[in-house]
Design a protein around this ligand. Sequence first.
Ligand code: 1HE
Length: 267
Amino acid sequence: MARRPTGLAIELPPSLTAELRGSVAVLTLSRPEKRNALDDTLVLGLEAFFGSLPEAVKSVVLHAAGPHFSAGLDLSELTRRDTEQAVAHSAFWHRVFDRIEFGRVPVVSVLHGAVVGGGLELAAATHIRVAERSAYYALPEGSRGIFVGGGGSVRLTRLMGVARMTDLMLTGRTLDAEEGLAAGLSQYLVGDGAGLAKGLALAERIAANTAFTNFAVMHALPRIAEQDRASGYVMESLTAAIAGTGAEAQARMTAFLEKRAPKVKRS
Ligand code: 1HE
C-alpha cells in the first residue's frame, strides 16, 4: 500500500483518502472512475483505517468522491474466484465491516448517487447515514445471479425488514432517497451537496459525547436489541449504572442542575 499524506499516519491505498478535522477523521472513497466499486485493495484499506485510528479521533465521516457513493462489489474480481475463495472473500468483508460497526468510534456515512449492492452493505455497517437527495438504493445481486455477501442479510434486514429486502433483491427495484429514509436506510435526508457539512456537524456532536456513552450505544445497544427481554434488562441496568456513575457523567449532570449546561431544544 502506498503511504498517503493523510494527517493520520495510516497507510492507505490510492482509492482511499483521509484527513483529520479536529477530532473527526474524514475518510473518502476515492475511486470515482470505477464508481467506487469495492475491490480487495480498497476493502483492505478500510480494514487498515478502522483498525488503526489514533486515540485523538472520536468519530469518523465516510463519504465518496464522484457522482456515486459506491457501485458495490468490484465485479471484475468476482469472476476470478472459485467457491472456496468466494466463501473466504465474503468472510473477509464480514470481518472488515464488523470492524466498522463494532469499532472504537461511531461512523457517519454521507450517501449520494448509487448506493448499491456492497456499497449499501458498507453504508449499513455505519452508525448514522445521511442521504443527499440524489441517493438511490438497490441490491442488483438478484439480477447478476449472485447473493449479498457483505453482511447485507444480517444488517439490511434489521434496517428495512425482510420483506423490503426481498422486494429489492427479487425485482431489482430501486428506492429513491425519500423511500430510503422511510424504509430506515438513512436517518437524515438533505439537499444535494449538503451531506458532508451535515455529516461533519453530526460527527462533531458525537465526538463531544463521553467515550463510554459512544461505546455503550455502539456495543451494548445492538446486543441488547438481539437478546431476550430478561437478559436485555440486566445488560441495560449494568450499562446504565456504569455510565451514570462515571465522573464525566456526574460532572455533566451537575452542570445542568447548576444551569451551566444547555436545555434540550427542538432541532
Ligand atoms: C464497475 C462497477 C462494479 C461500475 N464493478 N466495475 N454492483 C452492480 O451491479 C452495479 C454496477 N454498476 C452500475 O450499475 C453503474 O456503474 C452505476 C449505476 C453504479 C453508475 O453508472 P455510470 O453510468 O455513472 O457509470 P458506468 O459507466 O456504468 O461505470 C463507470 C466505470 O466503472 C465502468 O468502467 P470503464 O472501464 O468502462 O470506464 C464500469 O465498468 C465500472 N464499474 N460499477 C466493477 N460494480 C460482497 S457481495 C456484494 C455484491 C455486490 O455488490 S453486487 C452489486 C454489484
